[in-house]
Ligand binder design. Structure first.
Ligand SMILES: *[C@@H]1O[C@H](CO)[C@@H](O)[C@H](O)[C@H]1NC(C)=O
Ligand SMILES: *[C@@H]1O[C@H](CO)[C@@H](O)[C@H](O)[C@H]1NC(C)=O
Ligand SMILES: *[C@@H]1O[C@H](CO)[C@@H](O)[C@H](O)[C@H]1NC(C)=O
Ligand SMILES: *[C@@H]1O[C@H](CO)[C@@H](O)[C@H](O)[C@H]1NC(C)=O
Ligand SMILES: *[C@@H]1O[C@H](CO)[C@@H](O)[C@H](O)[C@H]1NC(C)=O
Ligand SMILES: *[C@@H]1O[C@H](CO)[C@@H](O)[C@H](O)[C@H]1NC(C)=O
Ligand SMILES: *[C@@H]1O[C@H](CO)[C@@H](O)[C@H](O)[C@H]1NC(C)=O
Ligand SMILES: *[C@@H]1O[C@H](CO)[C@@H](O)[C@H](O)[C@H]1NC(C)=O
Length: 901
């Protein structure tokens, strides 16, 4: 038996190799008392399987023989008799590998009996497959195409939707469309009696501790997580970055999509995508506003802009393809579409000879009035039906409103008919119903609180922050929503509040996390309103840094580039401290905060240059282990050591490398390189190169033979100019005309504080002779070729030698002095290095993290607060075709083939 199996597998393997794309191969289809997944199809080694929520018992086709989708049943015995090849069964019939294996085993036996022979299905329908041909692929697609379309491309190819994720913990009358967990406490009553909006004040009016950030929905996260570059609030309100939910429908498992709640007033697609207009899919111009999974169109798929969707019995939309054989009902819907919705229907043959109405009257009159959608969908209490008027032919809408909803202080029961569609906005419908519609009865218990919970207390026993800003409406919203940048009241009262005192008070405990435009215009803006491209402040401080030209949208605080996150936090905090008026310009009052790693990196990030203060770097800075530490305490890339250019302010990565503590550690690696780079230096016969640096002194205009053109290494980079042109301080002095960058190879005229660029040294001269005479008197630029410079040796030989040609012509080698700059180097000194450093991805070593700290404990405590409210554990794990590929079954239900979680 064992060898048999191996033989079969080998055999199959060989056959499979010979034909890869031409069929569908189903694995794991065998019956078993307990399976976690079954009917797997491999795509690039990933198994896409049916994965029930919990293990099930799989017992198929033992008793009744059945092949769906017109599949043909063959018993093993008849196959054997007809001598049908295994190749055919395997590649053409699309049953399952397990079945084929069984058959191979069957024919390998010595006797083939007809008695207990099994059967195998031949799946005839082009798109059907499966042990019983029960699955039907999407339109013309292969399984591979479906996967590519769904997960790897942006294609809007219409795949079948999957089972809805329903929030089952709350039982209520929600009409047709089951609840998404995001529908709970979203300020819209999706349940009759508003059961989904019960006790929501607990979170809406929640108060956080002082060291916490209060998310837009009232949840709390630790303060450190505010503006740290990654989303922590379920409403994404703690970051400046905007969440791109369009990716959610196309993604496999994604924590952010699964846990995200929608912004106020938006409709949840139940997969992390949120849309602004529920009915967007109906309007061709707004079809991009529709849920990718079409949840907003469920039960009314026919209203889709393209008119090619049909509603399945479970409400999902199904793309009509080869539907020539319609049921009567479908046919009538089609005629209605042709006659009345002509902007959305194509392919209407009755339209051409104007017979739609005739056909409607002939076949469909009995259907009217048509309930469409067939129940409450926008709200459980809104029912629409259509009548047909004959002359002229017209569809007449009538809306029945019949239900009970929460109003302020009471529940209201109403039941009436109207001609108008109510449902552009559910909150608006609720508001109208509560205020102006006659009621059948009023129940005083169960409504929203009449006085906005003004004497309620939070979990941590704090008073609610109440200011009844939307006073003419049903709901009470937290006072933290006033002037926060998002309108919450239907009449926008909350965003139009102009009384500074009120906002000052309602925002008081949120100040460190909210932005105030100015003292004249007190706001309580969320961080993600900064730099979002819309003006929320009259002085535009929400878009540009203190009103000046730096655009906040250009500053980086994203999951990828977090450099400016601290800057944002500080900007927000300072907005409350500075007395900015609407037209002041106080840029300098805000000092820039820089990332930790920008300290002691040899590049100035602060105008004060304090980030590169040698005293501090030497005293307190520690380099990471892959860096080189200068004697000055600065940290540089180890590849920059002995590359011929000073990176340490004190040159301890080049000439002065003997002074670096690190030199001793790395002796072998660098000795050779040093020899190569600095074997000869100007004045090396005079200076002691172990302790001295060759340098023509300042304040001297004449060379004399007893001059020692050398300085102690210790004088390099100490801030005092010792060498002509500031040569010893090239990394420490700021350039005269390029603020924020160092002098580099340019020549500093000390007394006039001007700089001459390297190419122009001695062609342009300093204002005062004493600054450059010593050097420039010996200098002559070739008239023919300005790049060619001749140099007269300082000890008065009258011979002119080429400068910087690597040949030491003068006896002291001074013709090779000031030649450090390589040819073709960038104009701005060390710019490439700066760029590469600042854009580098930084590795963070956490080995220093205390070993005995219980990390899980930390995480758990930080989560305690949020789990008080919408406990994540009660939310069902989304399990639907968002993560997989949907297949249509013959009973019109949809099943999903999903990759492992
Ligand atoms: C993907 O689709 C989104 C939304 O339709 C669009 O903004 C984006 O440009 C598309 N990306 C590609 C690569 O086509
Ligand atoms: C439509 O139904 C007829 C009879 O039921 C059948 O013969 C025909 O094949 C069907 N056509 C399609 C496209 O399914
Ligand atoms: C109108 O067109 C349809 C489809 O082409 C055809 O079946 C029908 O007989 C036509 N009716 C008349 C009155 O011409
Ligand atoms: C209104 O709804 C109630 C409860 O669902 C039902 O009993 C009643 O018949 C409905 N009334 C109308 C006029 O549809
Ligand atoms: C933000 O990051 C991008 C990518 O690194 C960079 O090009 C851009 O200059 C940064 N913006 C600022 C203001 O630093
Ligand atoms: C800003 O103004 C307020 C009140 O007008 C005052 O209390 C506060 O001291 C001022 N702050 C500064 C920094 O001037
Ligand atoms: C560097 O920091 C020290 C200590 O804070 C300070 O005394 C010194 O003035 C600073 N140096 C410069 C150049 O700012
Ligand atoms: C150079 O200075 C070092 C350290 O002071 C000393 O040991 C060495 O003898 C000097 N070399 C010469 C050639 O003077």
């Amino acid at each position: 038996m064992m060898t048999q199996v191996i033989f079969i597998q080998k055999f199959l393997f060989i056959i499979l190799l010979s034909c890869i794309d031409c069929s569908i191969y189903i694995y794991n289809a065998r019956n078993s008392p307990s399976v976690e997944f079954y009917d797997c199809i491999y795509y690039q080694s990933v198994p896409y399987c049916r994965r029930p929520l919990k293990p099930i018992s799989l017992e198929r086709n033992r008793k009744e023989w059945n092949c769906s989708h017109n599949g043909i049943i063959h018993s093993f015995y008849s196959l054997w008799m007809k001598n049908i090849s295994i190749n055919t069964i395997l590649h053409k019939w699309k049953s399952s590998i397990d079945k084929v294996e069984e058959y191979i085993y069957y024919i390998s036996q010595s006797i083939q009996s007809n008695e207990d022979s099994e059967y195998i299905c031949e799946c005839i329908h082009q798109r059907s497959f499966g042990m019983n041909c029960e699955y039907l692929l999407a339109d013309g697609a292969t399984f591979d195409d479906s996967i590519v379309a769904k997960f790897f491309s942006n294609s809007t190819m219409n795949l079948y939707g999957g089972d809805l994720v329903c929030y089952v913990t709350l039982q209520c009358d929600y009409g047709l469309l089951c609840l998404d967990w995001r529908d709970i406490c979203d300020n819209e009553q999706q349940c009759m009696f508003g059961h989904d909006e019960e006790n929501c004040d607990k979170i809406e009016f929640n108060e956080c501790e002082n060291d916490e950030y209060r998310c837009m929905n009232g949840m709390c996260i630790p303060d450190e997580y505010f503006l740290d570059g990654s989303f922590d609030c379920m409403d994404m309100s703690d970051e400046k970055e905007h969440f791109h939910d369009m990716e959610c429908p196309y993604q496999l498992a994604n924590f952010y999509c699964d846990d995200r709640i929608c912004p106020p007033g938006q409709f949840s697609c139940a997969d992390g995508q949120c849309i602004k207009y529920r009915l967007g899919g109906r309007n061709p111009e707004q079809s991009f506003l529709s849920c990718v999974n079409q949840r907003n169109q469920f039960y009314m798929c026919e209203m889709n802009d393209k008119g090619n969707l049909k509603t399945l019995s479970n409400g999902q939309c199904y793309k009509v393809l080869d539907e020539k054989n319609r049921t009567m009902n479908e046919y009538c819907n089609y005629l209605i579409g042709c006659q009345f919705l002509d902007h959305i229907m194509s392919d209407c043959s009755c339209k051409a000879n104007k017979t739609c109405v005739i056909l409607l009257e002939k076949f469909c009159l009995s259907l009217f009035p048509i309930s469409y959608p067939p129940g409450g969908i926008i709200a459980p209490y809104i029912f629409e039906s259509f009548h047909m008027s004959h002359n002229p032919p017209k569809l007449l809408l009538s809306v029945t409103l019949n239900g009970t909803i929460k109003c302020r202080g009471h529940l209201k029961y109403f039941s009436f008919k109207t001609k108008y569609s109510f449902y552009e906005n559910l909150r608006e419908a609720e508001s109208t119903l509560c205020q102006s519609i006659p009621f059948l009865s009023i129940i005083s218990d169960g409504g929203y609180d009449e006085f906005c919970y003004n004497d309620s207390k939070t979990f941590n026993n704090r008073s609610y922050n109440v200011y009844d800003i939307c006073h003419s409406e049903n709901q009470c919203v937290s006072a933290y929503r006033i002037r926060d940048g998002i309108s919450n009241c239907l009449n926008r009262n909350d965003e139009e509040e102009e009384d500074n005192e009120i906002v000052l008070k309602t925002c008081s405990t949120a100040r460190y996390h909210r932005f105030r435009c100015s003292t004249d215009e007190t706001t309580c803006l969320y961080a993600n309103m900064l730099g979002d491209g819309k003006y929320h402040c009259k002085n535009k401080y929400d878009e540009s840094w203190m009103g000046i030209h730096i655009l906040l949208s250009r500053l980086n605080c994203t999951h990828e580039f977090k450099d400016d996150c601290q800057l944002f936090r500080r900007y927000i905090e300072l907005s409350w401290k500075l007395n900015v008026t609407n037209d002041s310009n106080q840029e300098n009052l805000v000092t820039k905060q820089i990332p930790f790693r920008s300290y002691c990196d040899t590049f100035w990030d602060l105008a004060s240059k304090e980030d590169e203060n040698t005293t501090m770097c030497q005293l307190a800075w520690i380099c990471s282990k892959e860096q080189w530490r200068c004697s000055s305490g600065h940290c540089i890339d180890i590849l920059w050591v002995l590359d011929g250019e000073w990176d340490c302010p004190d040159a301890s990565d080049e000439e002065n490398i003997f002074h670096s503590d690190y030199y001793h550690r790395e002796t072998f690696a660098f000795k050779e390189k040093f020899q190569e780079q600095y074997a000869r230096q100007p004045f090396d016969k005079i200076c002691n190169l172990t302790i001295e640096y060759p340098c023509l002194p300042i304040n001297t205009s004449e060379y004399s033979n007893n001059m020692r053109p050398c300085i102690d290494f210790k004088l390099i980079g100490n801030g005092q100019i010792d060498c002509i042109g500031g040569y010893d301080e090239r990394n420490v002095l700021e350039h005269c005309s390029r603020s924020g960058t160092s002098l580099g190879y340019d020549f500093k005229c000390v007394s006039s504080n001007t700089c001459i660029s390297y190419e122009k040294i001695c062609q342009d001269r300093c204002l005062h002779d004493e600054d450059d005479a010593l050097w420039c008197n010996a200098y002559q630029v070739s008239e023919k070729d300005p790049g060619l410079i001749f140099f007269q040796c300082l000890n008065n030989s009258y011979e002119w030698n080429r400068q910087c040609d690597h040949i030491y012509d003068c006896s002291n080698g001074e013709d090779e002095y000031m030649c450090d700059r390589k040819q073709f180097q960038e104009i701005i000194y060390r710019k490439q290095k700066e760029l590469s450093l600042k854009t580098k991805k930084h590795i963070v070593y956490l080995s220093q993290f205390p070993n005995n700290t219980n990390i899980t404990k930390i995480i758990n405590t930080s989560n305690v607060k949020s789990s008080n409210f919408v406990s994540k554990n009660t939310i069902p794990i989304p399990y639907w075709c968002n993560r997989g590929i949907g297949m249509l079954m013959s009973n019109n239900s949809i099943v999903c083939f999903c990759p492992p979680q």
